[in-house]
Ligand binder design. Structure first.
Ligand code: PNS
Length: 174
């Protein structure tokens, strides 16, 4: 079985991410979406929330599963017997960074990285931009799945810090 891993922070998942995951699901037998647990990185959604939103969003693909990981991505790939990492590339700046990571991951383990060009309609969509737009009252309908849209509005209009519940930043602003 040829398994690919689609890694990321997914804070939160966007329609651009889902497009890449769906295309990976048609290229590989199985896809594991790997959500990074990084305590040092400020996130709007907790790891459980990010996994829950992703799990709902990928429910239509029966060869896609969602898991979390800590530490090196290649260790996760080896543990899950995945020989490939699939990444979406939106713009040139993405590519510069992604190529360095692909070479490093290739040096660390026998894992190939496959780049998929973001489709034009999603090429400007980033989780960070989506969060900023919602914080200032803008409309991101159509850029994220509906379950994510609802949660973004609840989280970012209810909590001006936009921090995940229980995080250090959220506590500071309580
Ligand atoms: O969605 P993001 O935040 O751009 O995803 C980045 C991610 C999670 C793919 C990257 O930070 C990663 O792989 N982190 C795991 C740690 C690791 O393996 N670092 C070495 C990369 S060469």
């Amino acid at each position: 079985m040829r398994r690919a891993v689609c890694p990321g922070s997914f804070d939160p998942v966007t329609n651009g991410h889902l497009d890449v995951i769906g295309r990976a699901a048609s290229l590989f037998d199985a896809v594991t979406v790997a959500v990074l647990v990084n305590e040092a990185k400020q996130t709007v959604f907790t790891i459980d929330e990010r996994i829950e939103m992703l799990t709902e969003a990928v429910a239509g693909w029966d060869n896609v599963e969602v898991a979390s990981f800590e530490g090196l991505l290649v260790d996760f790939c080896v543990a899950h017997q995945a020989a490939s990492i699939v990444k979406g590339v939106r713009v040139a700046a993405d590519f510069d960074y992604e190529v360095s990571m692909a070479h490093m991951n290739g040096r660390l383990a026998r894992v190939e990285t496959v780049f998929l060009p973001a489709r034009p309609e999603w090429a400007f969509v980033a989780s960070s931009l989506v969060k900023e737009v919602v914080r200032f009252g803008g409309d991101v309908a159509g850029l994220v799945p509906s379950n994510v849209l609802t949660r973004l509005q609840q989280r970012l209009t209810a909590d001006p810090t936009g921090a995940a519940p229980g995080s250090a930043r959220a506590e500071q602003h309580r």
